[in-house]
Design a protein around this ligand. Structure first.
Ligand code: BES
Ligand code: MN
Ligand code: ZN
Length: 495
């Protein structure tokens, strides 16, 4: 999707490799070493001369382009700051700088020389994976509905040399590239407008992913089948729209038959107007991103299939549009969910939990190892955590810890929130078993508590990504939490 190929190669002498651009990390306040030193000698001291001028002092985030030396057409020096301070934060900045500096050249290929670069608090694998992910996500462009999209990255082949052997290095690059494919897939789906990205469109994309992959099968449940299944909570959300709802099931069997599947469930509200409890006009367009959870499920399935992980993973998308009309659900209506529990719909804008609760009941049939739902569920979560952390809720500590660790590792972090009975009490209704909104306060928690009423039969976690799925300015989907989910699944496959 990014059009970028990343290849590992052990380069013992940087002056022997033909490349349009040699990318050389440089630390500040020390003499040139390794590949930098070799290229400097081959180029008659041009690197050390540049450092002497002090325009480029190898500070973090700094880069400069020099004429070629030996078999390199050009040399890109990338500042890394002090060697003693080169940690994960610095390494992520290094990776971003490599991308933006390469984006400023017309080179078609590049050779990134990392042998001299080690990250204090991370492995060499982490560095390669991070670099690969950064380059391939940087290369993403939104093209579908604009006449003159941002020009594509000209670099299409990147070779990376590091202290790792070729095999492990390639595995790390592949993991980073696959994660990036997943992130880019999720971003693109979420960026698409709601008149293109409908529930049926999402179903088509799932089918497209399965094409030619014998390990992935797709099943799509339509409204008639949902009615037979008793999914009246789900159906209440789609009652007001002309756009048909879809429950999309992507079944990937990379593991043994007897391995229990990991199930991902994504909220796929392709547009959330609020329904009869209609939203204000300001920023209502952003509710095209209300399928960010669904996009992250399709994205993660993309990454999982690309890596052919030896696991069974089922991705499920609850797709519907939430609109007001003469046939729409009204505040005060009571519906019976698939679980048998009745729900008083006090606010038709609290629709995510209504499609999710039936979907969470539906997935019991898979006898899951764990179920993780991902949803742009509440504005309250944005108030609580802003845009840096997704809200994490879980009925199983081990699952919660594994997801938190994966989020840290992938720098796609989550923060655990409580699921206490005290909050569940806020959902009491006089006219049904549950109301779909809580009395005032803790809106992200009461939404999660609502879901927890439907997930008692398996290990479950919920990620509220309302604050993390897209950036407000500039307005773009982030592809989160594909990084977290993919890392979590890679870790499960390694066990
Ligand atoms: N999709 C929204 C949540 C949302 C709002 C995500 C803003 C990102 C930014 C969700 O369906 C919703 O409308 N939630 C309501 C719930 C309320 C009616 C209890 C909310 O958060 O206001
Ligand atoms: Mn809503
Ligand atoms: Zn919503």
């Amino acid at each position: 999707m990014s059009g970028l190929t990343l290849t590992a190669r052990a380069v013992s002498d940087a002056t022997t490799v033909r490349t349009q651009c040699a990318v050389v990390p440089v630390f500040s306040g020390e003499a040139l070493q390794g590949a930098a030193k070799a290229l400097d000698s081959a180029g008659g001291g041009s690197l050390s001369a540049t450092l002497k001028l002090e325009d480029f002092s190898a500070k973090r985030g700094q880069s400069t382009l020099l004429p070629g030396a030996a078999k390199a057409q050009r040399i890109l020096l990338v500042g890394c700051g002090k060697r003693g301070d080169f940690d994960r934060v610095a390494a992520r900045e290094f990776a971003r700088t490599v991308y933006s500096a390469l984006n400023g050249t017309t080179a078609k290929d590049a050779l990134v020389l990392l042998d001299d670069l080690s990250v204090h608090d991370a492995t060499a694998e982490w560095l390669l994976e991070t670099l690969a992910r950064s380059l391939a996500t940087g290369a993403y462009r939104y093209t579908e509905t604009v006449s003159e999209p941002q020009p594509a990255l000209t670099v299409s082949k990147v070779t990376v040399s590091s202290v790792l052997g070729k095999g492990p290095a390639q595995t790390a690059l592949d993991a980073g590239a696959a994660t990036a494919s997943g992130i880019n897939t999720a971003r693109n789906l979420a960026n698409l407008p709601a008149n293109i990205c409908t529930p049926s469109y999402l179903a088509q994309q799932a089918r497209k992913l399965a094409r030619g992959n014998s390990k992935l099968t797709v099943q799509v449940v339509d409204e008639k089948q949902m009615r037979e299944l008793g999914m009246h909570s789900f159906l209440s959300v789609t009652a007001g729209t002309a756009e048909p709802a879809r429950l999309i099931i992507m079944n990937y069997s990379g593991g043994r038959k007897s391995d229990k599947p990991y199930v991902l469930v994504g909220k796929g509200i392709t547009f959330d107007s609020g329904g009869i409890s209609i939203k204000p006009a300001l920023k209502m367009d952003e509710m095209k991103f209300d399928m960010g959870g669904a996009a992250s499920v399709l994205g993660t399935m993309t990454a999982v299939t690309e890596m052919a992980l030896p696991l069974n993973v089922i991705g499920v998308i609850a797709a519907a549009e939430n609109m007001p009309s003469g046939t729409a659900t009204k505040p005060g209506d009571v519906v019976r969910s698939m679980s048998g529990k009745t729900i008083e719909i006090l606010n038709t804008d609290a629709e995510g939990r209504l499609v999710l609760c039936d979907t969470l009941t539906y997935v019991e049939r898979f006898k899951p190892e764990a179920v993780i739902d991902i949803a742009t569920l509440t504005g309250a979560c944005v108030v609580a955590l802003g845009s840096h952390a997704s809200g994490l809720y879980s009925n199983t500590d081990e699952l919660a810890d594994a997801l938190l660790a994966a989020g840290t590792e992938a720098h796609d972090r989550a923060w655990r929130m409580p699921l206490w009975d005290d909050y569940t009490k806020q959902l009491q209704s006089n006219f049904a078993d549950l109301g779909n909104i809580g009395s005032a306060g803790g809106g992200s928690v009461t939404a999660a508590c609502f879901l927890s009423e439907f997930t008692k039969n398996y290990s479950w976690a919920h990620l509220d990504i309302a604050g993390t799925a897209w950036d407000a300015a500039p307005k773009w989907a982030t592809g989160r939490p594909v990084g977290l989910l993919t890392r979590y699944l890679i870790d499960r496959a390694g066990k």
